[in-house]
Design a protein around this ligand. Structure first.
Ligand SMILES: [Zn+2]
Length: 319
Protein backbone atom coordinates (compact mmCIF):
# COMPACT_ATOMS: atom_id res chain seq x y z
CA UNK A 1 0.00 0.00 0.00
CA UNK A 2 2.70 2.44 1.02
CA UNK A 3 4.96 1.48 -1.90
CA UNK A 4 2.12 1.92 -4.36
CA UNK A 5 1.21 5.35 -3.00
CA UNK A 6 4.83 6.36 -3.44
CA UNK A 7 4.78 5.08 -7.03
CA UNK A 8 1.80 7.34 -7.75
CA UNK A 9 3.64 10.29 -6.25
CA UNK A 10 6.73 9.40 -8.31
CA UNK A 11 4.64 9.21 -11.48
CA UNK A 12 3.08 12.58 -10.80
CA UNK A 13 6.44 14.19 -10.05
CA UNK A 14 7.89 12.79 -13.27
CA UNK A 15 4.89 14.13 -15.15
CA UNK A 16 5.23 17.49 -13.41
CA UNK A 17 8.91 17.65 -14.35
CA UNK A 18 8.03 16.87 -17.95
CA UNK A 19 5.62 19.80 -17.95
CA UNK A 20 7.88 22.22 -16.12
CA UNK A 21 8.88 24.19 -19.23
CA UNK A 22 5.35 25.57 -19.64
CA UNK A 23 3.12 26.66 -16.76
CA UNK A 24 -0.24 24.86 -16.78
CA UNK A 25 -1.71 28.37 -17.04
CA UNK A 26 0.00 31.71 -16.41
CA UNK A 27 -1.15 33.33 -13.17
CA UNK A 28 0.50 36.62 -14.22
CA UNK A 29 -1.72 37.12 -17.27
CA UNK A 30 -5.11 35.69 -16.26
CA UNK A 31 -7.99 38.18 -16.21
CA UNK A 32 -11.01 37.36 -14.06
CA UNK A 33 -14.62 38.42 -14.55
CA UNK A 34 -17.74 37.93 -12.43
CA UNK A 35 -21.11 36.59 -13.57
CA UNK A 36 -24.30 36.97 -11.51
CA UNK A 37 -26.00 33.54 -11.39
CA UNK A 38 -28.84 34.55 -9.06
CA UNK A 39 -29.51 37.60 -6.91
CA UNK A 40 -26.32 38.17 -4.89
CA UNK A 41 -24.71 34.94 -6.14
CA UNK A 42 -21.67 35.41 -8.37
CA UNK A 43 -19.26 33.10 -10.18
CA UNK A 44 -15.75 34.41 -10.90
CA UNK A 45 -14.19 32.87 -13.99
CA UNK A 46 -11.20 33.58 -16.24
CA UNK A 47 -11.97 35.70 -19.31
CA UNK A 48 -12.07 33.39 -22.34
CA UNK A 49 -12.90 30.31 -20.27
CA UNK A 50 -15.80 29.29 -22.55
CA UNK A 51 -13.62 28.90 -25.64
CA UNK A 52 -10.79 27.27 -23.71
CA UNK A 53 -13.11 24.74 -22.07
CA UNK A 54 -14.61 23.76 -25.41
CA UNK A 55 -11.07 23.11 -26.69
CA UNK A 56 -10.12 21.07 -23.62
CA UNK A 57 -7.45 23.57 -22.55
CA UNK A 58 -6.44 24.04 -18.90
CA UNK A 59 -8.03 27.13 -17.37
CA UNK A 60 -7.24 29.25 -14.29
CA UNK A 61 -9.08 28.75 -11.01
CA UNK A 62 -12.78 29.60 -10.91
CA UNK A 63 -14.29 30.94 -7.68
CA UNK A 64 -17.17 33.12 -6.62
CA UNK A 65 -18.87 35.07 -3.87
CA UNK A 66 -22.26 35.30 -2.21
CA UNK A 67 -23.66 38.61 -0.99
CA UNK A 68 -26.23 38.61 1.81
CA UNK A 69 -27.92 41.51 3.61
CA UNK A 70 -25.19 41.61 6.26
CA UNK A 71 -22.01 40.15 4.85
CA UNK A 72 -20.23 38.37 2.01
CA UNK A 73 -18.75 34.87 1.67
CA UNK A 74 -16.01 34.20 -0.88
CA UNK A 75 -15.28 30.75 -2.30
CA UNK A 76 -11.52 30.14 -2.71
CA UNK A 77 -8.83 32.79 -2.46
CA UNK A 78 -6.71 32.22 -5.62
CA UNK A 79 -3.06 31.31 -6.29
CA UNK A 80 -1.34 34.64 -5.71
CA UNK A 81 -1.80 38.24 -4.63
CA UNK A 82 -2.48 39.46 -8.17
CA UNK A 83 -5.44 37.09 -8.72
CA UNK A 84 -6.65 37.53 -5.15
CA UNK A 85 -6.73 41.30 -5.67
CA UNK A 86 -8.68 40.89 -8.91
CA UNK A 87 -11.21 38.74 -7.05
CA UNK A 88 -11.65 41.32 -4.29
CA UNK A 89 -11.91 44.16 -6.84
CA UNK A 90 -14.78 42.26 -8.48
CA UNK A 91 -16.50 41.88 -5.09
CA UNK A 92 -16.05 45.63 -4.48
CA UNK A 93 -17.88 46.45 -7.71
CA UNK A 94 -20.98 44.69 -6.29
CA UNK A 95 -21.04 45.51 -2.57
CA UNK A 96 -19.47 47.49 0.28
CA UNK A 97 -20.42 44.81 2.83
CA UNK A 98 -17.56 43.09 4.67
CA UNK A 99 -16.23 39.75 3.40
CA UNK A 100 -16.89 37.89 6.62
CA UNK A 101 -16.07 34.36 5.38
CA UNK A 102 -13.65 32.68 2.94
CA UNK A 103 -14.02 28.97 2.19
CA UNK A 104 -11.14 26.91 0.77
CA UNK A 105 -12.50 24.00 -1.28
CA UNK A 106 -9.15 22.21 -0.72
CA UNK A 107 -5.55 22.85 0.38
CA UNK A 108 -4.44 23.28 -3.25
CA UNK A 109 -2.53 26.52 -3.62
CA UNK A 110 -4.64 27.93 -6.41
CA UNK A 111 -7.62 27.71 -4.02
CA UNK A 112 -5.96 28.73 -0.76
CA UNK A 113 -2.66 30.64 -1.19
CA UNK A 114 -4.59 33.93 -1.27
CA UNK A 115 -5.64 33.43 2.37
CA UNK A 116 -2.78 35.60 3.62
CA UNK A 117 -4.15 38.59 1.68
CA UNK A 118 -7.64 38.39 3.19
CA UNK A 119 -8.89 41.33 5.25
CA UNK A 120 -8.40 41.07 9.02
CA UNK A 121 -12.12 40.52 9.64
CA UNK A 122 -12.45 37.52 7.28
CA UNK A 123 -12.87 34.10 8.90
CA UNK A 124 -11.24 31.23 6.96
CA UNK A 125 -13.34 28.06 6.68
CA UNK A 126 -11.54 24.80 5.88
CA UNK A 127 -11.97 21.06 6.20
CA UNK A 128 -10.12 19.74 9.26
CA UNK A 129 -7.82 17.74 6.98
CA UNK A 130 -6.90 20.86 5.00
CA UNK A 131 -6.21 22.83 8.17
CA UNK A 132 -3.80 20.15 9.41
CA UNK A 133 -2.20 19.55 6.01
CA UNK A 134 -1.23 23.11 5.05
CA UNK A 135 1.19 24.05 7.87
CA UNK A 136 2.90 20.66 7.66
CA UNK A 137 3.36 20.56 3.86
CA UNK A 138 3.53 24.20 2.78
CA UNK A 139 7.16 24.21 1.58
CA UNK A 140 6.87 20.99 -0.46
CA UNK A 141 3.53 22.16 -1.81
CA UNK A 142 4.97 25.51 -2.91
CA UNK A 143 7.83 23.70 -4.68
CA UNK A 144 5.32 21.49 -6.51
CA UNK A 145 3.21 24.53 -7.45
CA UNK A 146 6.23 26.52 -8.68
CA UNK A 147 7.16 23.53 -10.84
CA UNK A 148 3.70 23.50 -12.43
CA UNK A 149 2.86 27.22 -12.47
CA UNK A 150 6.32 28.77 -12.83
CA UNK A 151 8.64 31.00 -10.85
CA UNK A 152 7.81 34.68 -10.41
CA UNK A 153 4.07 34.03 -10.05
CA UNK A 154 3.97 35.13 -6.40
CA UNK A 155 4.10 31.60 -5.01
CA UNK A 156 7.50 32.17 -3.40
CA UNK A 157 6.04 34.63 -0.86
CA UNK A 158 3.19 32.40 0.35
CA UNK A 159 2.99 31.51 4.05
CA UNK A 160 0.57 29.17 5.81
CA UNK A 161 -2.41 31.06 7.26
CA UNK A 162 -4.39 29.32 10.01
CA UNK A 163 -8.10 28.59 9.54
CA UNK A 164 -10.78 29.96 11.89
CA UNK A 165 -13.69 27.55 11.35
CA UNK A 166 -13.31 23.84 10.58
CA UNK A 167 -15.67 21.38 8.89
CA UNK A 168 -15.32 17.89 10.34
CA UNK A 169 -14.96 14.77 8.21
CA UNK A 170 -18.37 13.97 6.76
CA UNK A 171 -19.74 17.18 8.24
CA UNK A 172 -21.41 20.29 6.95
CA UNK A 173 -21.84 23.89 7.91
CA UNK A 174 -24.56 26.43 7.19
CA UNK A 175 -23.60 30.09 7.03
CA UNK A 176 -26.24 32.81 7.27
CA UNK A 177 -25.19 36.00 5.46
CA UNK A 178 -28.51 37.72 6.14
CA UNK A 179 -31.34 36.63 3.82
CA UNK A 180 -28.86 34.36 2.00
CA UNK A 181 -27.76 30.92 3.22
CA UNK A 182 -24.64 29.05 2.13
CA UNK A 183 -24.08 25.34 2.71
CA UNK A 184 -20.57 23.90 2.96
CA UNK A 185 -20.25 20.13 2.94
CA UNK A 186 -17.76 17.26 2.92
CA UNK A 187 -19.13 14.45 0.73
CA UNK A 188 -16.07 12.23 1.20
CA UNK A 189 -12.72 11.88 -0.55
CA UNK A 190 -12.95 13.77 -3.85
CA UNK A 191 -9.32 14.70 -4.62
CA UNK A 192 -7.44 15.56 -1.44
CA UNK A 193 -9.43 14.16 1.49
CA UNK A 194 -10.27 17.72 2.58
CA UNK A 195 -12.66 18.62 -0.21
CA UNK A 196 -15.56 20.99 0.44
CA UNK A 197 -18.55 21.55 -1.83
CA UNK A 198 -20.23 24.94 -1.41
CA UNK A 199 -23.81 25.62 -2.43
CA UNK A 200 -26.54 28.24 -2.24
CA UNK A 201 -29.52 25.89 -2.11
CA UNK A 202 -32.26 28.48 -2.72
CA UNK A 203 -30.44 29.66 -5.87
CA UNK A 204 -29.45 26.17 -7.13
CA UNK A 205 -25.77 27.09 -7.40
CA UNK A 206 -22.92 24.71 -6.53
CA UNK A 207 -19.15 25.27 -6.36
CA UNK A 208 -17.21 22.03 -6.63
CA UNK A 209 -13.56 23.04 -6.44
CA UNK A 210 -11.11 20.76 -8.26
CA UNK A 211 -13.07 17.49 -8.03
CA UNK A 212 -14.95 18.79 -11.08
CA UNK A 213 -12.25 20.46 -13.19
CA UNK A 214 -14.55 21.75 -15.95
CA UNK A 215 -17.14 20.50 -18.42
CA UNK A 216 -16.23 17.78 -20.94
CA UNK A 217 -13.61 17.08 -22.21
CA UNK A 218 -11.77 18.09 -18.97
CA UNK A 219 -10.81 15.23 -16.67
CA UNK A 220 -10.07 14.94 -12.93
CA UNK A 221 -6.50 15.00 -11.61
CA UNK A 222 -6.20 12.30 -8.96
CA UNK A 223 -2.95 13.63 -7.48
CA UNK A 224 -3.57 11.70 -4.26
CA UNK A 225 -5.09 8.54 -5.74
CA UNK A 226 -8.37 6.93 -4.59
CA UNK A 227 -10.17 6.69 -7.93
CA UNK A 228 -13.02 4.47 -6.76
CA UNK A 229 -13.71 6.54 -3.65
CA UNK A 230 -13.63 9.74 -5.71
CA UNK A 231 -16.19 8.35 -8.15
CA UNK A 232 -18.46 7.29 -5.27
CA UNK A 233 -18.18 10.75 -3.71
CA UNK A 234 -19.11 12.45 -6.99
CA UNK A 235 -22.14 10.16 -7.24
CA UNK A 236 -23.23 11.31 -3.77
CA UNK A 237 -22.83 14.94 -4.88
CA UNK A 238 -24.79 14.34 -8.06
CA UNK A 239 -27.64 12.72 -6.12
CA UNK A 240 -28.02 15.90 -4.04
CA UNK A 241 -28.40 18.41 -6.87
CA UNK A 242 -31.14 18.75 -9.45
CA UNK A 243 -30.92 19.15 -13.22
CA UNK A 244 -31.39 22.93 -12.97
CA UNK A 245 -28.26 23.41 -10.79
CA UNK A 246 -25.67 25.89 -12.03
CA UNK A 247 -22.28 24.33 -11.37
CA UNK A 248 -19.13 26.42 -10.90
CA UNK A 249 -16.28 23.94 -11.44
CA UNK A 250 -12.72 24.30 -10.15
CA UNK A 251 -11.28 25.42 -13.46
CA UNK A 252 -13.79 26.42 -16.06
CA UNK A 253 -16.89 28.33 -17.06
CA UNK A 254 -20.23 27.89 -15.29
CA UNK A 255 -21.75 24.60 -16.38
CA UNK A 256 -24.39 22.15 -15.16
CA UNK A 257 -24.56 18.69 -13.62
CA UNK A 258 -23.58 17.07 -16.93
CA UNK A 259 -20.00 18.01 -15.97
CA UNK A 260 -20.33 15.91 -12.80
CA UNK A 261 -21.80 13.02 -14.81
CA UNK A 262 -18.91 13.29 -17.31
CA UNK A 263 -16.34 12.94 -14.50
CA UNK A 264 -18.25 9.97 -13.04
CA UNK A 265 -18.47 8.28 -16.45
CA UNK A 266 -14.72 8.70 -17.06
CA UNK A 267 -13.77 7.39 -13.62
CA UNK A 268 -16.10 4.41 -14.08
CA UNK A 269 -14.57 3.67 -17.49
CA UNK A 270 -11.06 3.76 -15.95
CA UNK A 271 -12.21 1.53 -13.10
CA UNK A 272 -13.74 -1.04 -15.46
CA UNK A 273 -10.69 -1.25 -17.72
CA UNK A 274 -8.20 -1.34 -14.85
CA UNK A 275 -10.26 -3.99 -13.06
CA UNK A 276 -10.07 -6.16 -16.20
CA UNK A 277 -6.32 -5.54 -16.51
CA UNK A 278 -5.75 -6.50 -12.88
CA UNK A 279 -7.83 -9.65 -13.37
CA UNK A 280 -5.52 -10.56 -16.28
CA UNK A 281 -2.54 -10.10 -13.99
CA UNK A 282 -1.07 -7.07 -15.80
CA UNK A 283 1.58 -4.98 -14.04
CA UNK A 284 1.08 -1.26 -13.40
CA UNK A 285 3.18 -0.39 -16.45
CA UNK A 286 1.26 -2.84 -18.65
CA UNK A 287 -2.04 -1.50 -17.33
CA UNK A 288 -1.05 2.10 -18.09
CA UNK A 289 -0.10 1.06 -21.64
CA UNK A 290 -3.33 -0.93 -22.05
CA UNK A 291 -5.99 1.49 -20.71
CA UNK A 292 -6.17 4.11 -23.49
CA UNK A 293 -9.84 5.30 -23.47
CA UNK A 294 -9.69 7.22 -26.78
CA UNK A 295 -13.14 8.76 -26.19
CA UNK A 296 -11.67 10.78 -23.29
CA UNK A 297 -8.54 12.07 -25.04
CA UNK A 298 -9.96 15.50 -25.94
CA UNK A 299 -8.53 17.06 -22.77
CA UNK A 300 -5.19 18.82 -23.36
CA UNK A 301 -3.73 17.35 -20.14
CA UNK A 302 -4.91 13.80 -20.90
CA UNK A 303 -1.31 12.68 -21.50
CA UNK A 304 -0.43 13.73 -17.95
CA UNK A 305 -3.49 13.02 -15.82
CA UNK A 306 -4.66 9.76 -17.41
CA UNK A 307 -1.49 7.62 -17.60
CA UNK A 308 0.42 9.57 -14.92
CA UNK A 309 -2.24 9.89 -12.20
CA UNK A 310 -5.64 8.34 -12.81
CA UNK A 311 -4.81 4.88 -14.15
CA UNK A 312 -2.16 4.33 -11.43
CA UNK A 313 -4.72 5.50 -8.83
CA UNK A 314 -7.24 2.91 -10.04
CA UNK A 315 -4.54 0.22 -10.15
CA UNK A 316 -3.60 1.00 -6.57
CA UNK A 317 -7.27 0.77 -5.53
CA UNK A 318 -8.04 -2.46 -7.36
CA UNK A 319 -5.01 -4.72 -7.26
ZN1 LIG B 1 -7.39 24.02 -8.73
Amino acid sequence: MKTLSISIIAASLIAATAMAQEPVWDANTVLLESQELAEGVFAVVAVGADDMAASGLPIATSSGFVVGDESVLVIDTMLNEKLHTQLFDLIATQTDLPVRYAVNTSFHGDHSYGNQYLPEETLIIQHGFTSAFIPEHIEADKAFMIQNFGEGRGIEEIMATPADILVDAGGSLTIDLGNQTVNIRDYGFAQTGGDLFVSVPQANVLWTGNPIIAEAPALPWLLDGHLVETRDTLQAVLADFGANTQVVPGHGPVTDISAIQWHIDYLTAVENDVRAAVAEGLSLEETVAHVQLPEYQGYALFGWVHPGLNVPAAYNDLQ
